[in-house]
Design a protein around this ligand. Structure first.
Ligand SMILES: [Cu+2]
Length: 172
Protein backbone atom coordinates (compact mmCIF):
# COMPACT_ATOMS: atom_id res chain seq x y z
CA UNK A 1 0.00 0.00 0.00
CA UNK A 2 2.88 2.31 0.64
CA UNK A 3 3.62 2.62 -3.09
CA UNK A 4 0.19 4.02 -3.89
CA UNK A 5 0.95 7.53 -2.73
CA UNK A 6 4.16 8.07 -4.74
CA UNK A 7 2.42 6.72 -7.84
CA UNK A 8 -0.45 9.12 -7.49
CA UNK A 9 1.92 12.02 -6.88
CA UNK A 10 3.86 11.14 -10.00
CA UNK A 11 0.65 11.07 -12.02
CA UNK A 12 -0.42 14.38 -10.59
CA UNK A 13 2.96 15.85 -11.45
CA UNK A 14 2.57 14.70 -15.04
CA UNK A 15 -0.84 16.31 -15.30
CA UNK A 16 0.50 19.60 -13.97
CA UNK A 17 3.37 19.60 -16.48
CA UNK A 18 0.99 18.81 -19.34
CA UNK A 19 -1.36 21.59 -18.29
CA UNK A 20 1.49 24.08 -18.07
CA UNK A 21 2.65 23.21 -21.57
CA UNK A 22 -0.87 23.49 -22.92
CA UNK A 23 -1.41 27.02 -21.60
CA UNK A 24 2.06 28.38 -22.37
CA UNK A 25 1.62 31.13 -24.96
CA UNK A 26 3.52 30.55 -28.20
CA UNK A 27 6.64 32.69 -28.35
CA UNK A 28 7.41 34.52 -31.53
CA UNK A 29 10.83 33.25 -32.59
CA UNK A 30 12.22 36.77 -32.92
CA UNK A 31 11.40 37.56 -29.30
CA UNK A 32 12.58 34.27 -27.91
CA UNK A 33 15.17 33.98 -25.18
CA UNK A 34 17.26 30.92 -24.46
CA UNK A 35 19.14 30.08 -21.29
CA UNK A 36 21.92 27.70 -20.38
CA UNK A 37 23.66 28.06 -17.05
CA UNK A 38 24.24 31.78 -16.48
CA UNK A 39 24.05 32.57 -20.18
CA UNK A 40 20.91 34.13 -21.60
CA UNK A 41 20.57 34.61 -25.35
CA UNK A 42 17.90 36.93 -26.62
CA UNK A 43 16.54 38.05 -29.97
CA UNK A 44 18.61 35.84 -32.27
CA UNK A 45 18.03 36.79 -35.89
CA UNK A 46 19.45 36.47 -39.38
CA UNK A 47 18.80 38.42 -42.54
CA UNK A 48 17.01 36.61 -45.37
CA UNK A 49 19.52 35.51 -48.00
CA UNK A 50 19.20 36.40 -51.67
CA UNK A 51 18.87 33.31 -53.90
CA UNK A 52 22.49 33.50 -55.06
CA UNK A 53 23.98 34.06 -51.61
CA UNK A 54 26.34 31.38 -50.34
CA UNK A 55 26.69 32.81 -46.85
CA UNK A 56 24.71 34.43 -44.09
CA UNK A 57 25.17 35.63 -40.54
CA UNK A 58 23.36 35.22 -37.26
CA UNK A 59 23.13 37.96 -34.63
CA UNK A 60 21.95 37.95 -31.03
CA UNK A 61 22.47 39.39 -27.59
CA UNK A 62 24.42 37.24 -25.16
CA UNK A 63 24.01 38.10 -21.51
CA UNK A 64 26.20 36.49 -18.86
CA UNK A 65 24.32 36.91 -15.58
CA UNK A 66 26.92 34.99 -13.59
CA UNK A 67 30.07 36.03 -11.76
CA UNK A 68 32.35 33.87 -13.94
CA UNK A 69 33.73 34.89 -17.31
CA UNK A 70 32.56 32.71 -20.16
CA UNK A 71 33.13 32.53 -23.89
CA UNK A 72 31.32 31.28 -26.96
CA UNK A 73 33.71 28.77 -28.50
CA UNK A 74 31.74 26.91 -31.15
CA UNK A 75 28.62 27.15 -33.28
CA UNK A 76 26.95 24.66 -35.55
CA UNK A 77 23.89 24.62 -37.76
CA UNK A 78 22.74 21.96 -40.22
CA UNK A 79 21.81 24.64 -42.75
CA UNK A 80 25.45 25.67 -43.37
CA UNK A 81 28.43 23.52 -44.31
CA UNK A 82 30.71 25.62 -42.12
CA UNK A 83 29.85 27.79 -39.14
CA UNK A 84 32.44 30.23 -37.79
CA UNK A 85 32.68 32.94 -35.17
CA UNK A 86 33.57 36.26 -36.77
CA UNK A 87 34.38 39.82 -35.89
CA UNK A 88 35.08 42.91 -38.00
CA UNK A 89 38.38 44.75 -38.06
CA UNK A 90 39.51 47.90 -39.85
CA UNK A 91 42.09 47.15 -42.51
CA UNK A 92 43.15 50.64 -43.54
CA UNK A 93 39.87 52.20 -44.66
CA UNK A 94 38.18 48.90 -45.26
CA UNK A 95 36.24 46.92 -42.71
CA UNK A 96 36.87 43.21 -43.04
CA UNK A 97 35.59 40.11 -41.33
CA UNK A 98 37.96 37.96 -39.36
CA UNK A 99 37.46 34.55 -37.83
CA UNK A 100 37.99 34.41 -34.09
CA UNK A 101 38.52 31.35 -31.90
CA UNK A 102 36.08 32.58 -29.27
CA UNK A 103 33.73 35.41 -28.41
CA UNK A 104 34.37 36.48 -24.83
CA UNK A 105 31.36 37.02 -22.61
CA UNK A 106 32.70 38.49 -19.36
CA UNK A 107 30.89 38.06 -16.06
CA UNK A 108 27.80 40.20 -15.61
CA UNK A 109 27.97 41.67 -19.07
CA UNK A 110 26.02 41.85 -22.29
CA UNK A 111 27.71 41.14 -25.60
CA UNK A 112 25.92 42.06 -28.78
CA UNK A 113 26.41 40.15 -32.00
CA UNK A 114 25.25 42.59 -34.65
CA UNK A 115 25.81 43.72 -38.24
CA UNK A 116 29.27 45.29 -38.59
CA UNK A 117 30.52 43.61 -35.43
CA UNK A 118 30.67 40.16 -33.95
CA UNK A 119 28.54 37.53 -35.63
CA UNK A 120 28.08 33.84 -36.27
CA UNK A 121 29.05 33.29 -39.90
CA UNK A 122 27.09 30.73 -41.86
CA UNK A 123 29.23 29.60 -44.80
CA UNK A 124 28.08 27.56 -47.78
CA UNK A 125 24.38 27.65 -47.05
CA UNK A 126 22.66 24.36 -47.69
CA UNK A 127 19.34 26.12 -48.11
CA UNK A 128 18.41 29.81 -48.38
CA UNK A 129 17.49 31.83 -45.31
CA UNK A 130 13.80 32.48 -45.90
CA UNK A 131 12.02 35.30 -44.13
CA UNK A 132 9.70 33.96 -41.48
CA UNK A 133 11.68 30.77 -41.01
CA UNK A 134 13.47 29.82 -37.84
CA UNK A 135 16.81 28.03 -38.05
CA UNK A 136 18.36 25.86 -35.34
CA UNK A 137 21.78 26.95 -34.13
CA UNK A 138 23.83 25.07 -31.58
CA UNK A 139 26.12 27.22 -29.46
CA UNK A 140 28.79 25.92 -27.12
CA UNK A 141 30.10 27.99 -24.24
CA UNK A 142 33.31 27.12 -22.42
CA UNK A 143 31.62 27.28 -19.01
CA UNK A 144 27.87 27.09 -19.53
CA UNK A 145 27.98 24.28 -22.09
CA UNK A 146 25.79 23.70 -25.11
CA UNK A 147 22.44 25.10 -26.09
CA UNK A 148 20.43 24.97 -29.29
CA UNK A 149 18.62 28.19 -30.09
CA UNK A 150 16.22 29.11 -32.86
CA UNK A 151 17.23 32.03 -35.03
CA UNK A 152 14.44 34.05 -36.60
CA UNK A 153 14.99 34.96 -40.25
CA UNK A 154 13.78 38.52 -40.68
CA UNK A 155 14.68 41.96 -42.00
CA UNK A 156 16.84 44.22 -39.82
CA UNK A 157 14.93 46.64 -37.61
CA UNK A 158 15.57 49.51 -35.23
CA UNK A 159 17.65 48.45 -32.28
CA UNK A 160 19.57 45.75 -34.11
CA UNK A 161 22.71 47.86 -34.11
CA UNK A 162 24.04 49.63 -31.04
CA UNK A 163 26.86 51.92 -32.09
CA UNK A 164 29.14 50.84 -34.85
CA UNK A 165 28.05 48.91 -37.90
CA UNK A 166 25.83 51.55 -39.44
CA UNK A 167 27.75 51.28 -42.67
CA UNK A 168 25.17 50.02 -45.10
CA UNK A 169 27.84 48.62 -47.43
CA UNK A 170 28.48 45.68 -45.21
CA UNK A 171 26.10 42.82 -45.28
CA UNK A 172 27.50 40.85 -42.39
CU1 LIG B 1 31.59 36.88 -41.18
Amino acid sequence: MSTAIPCRMRLLGGIIVAAALAVAPPLAASDAAFEVGTIRISEPWARPSPPSARAGAAYMQVHNTGSTDDSLVEAFTPIAAVTELHTHIMDGDVMRMRRVDAIEVPAESLVRLEPGGLHVMLIDLQSPLVEGDSIPLMLRFAEAGEITIHVAVRQPRDGDMSGHGHDAHHDY
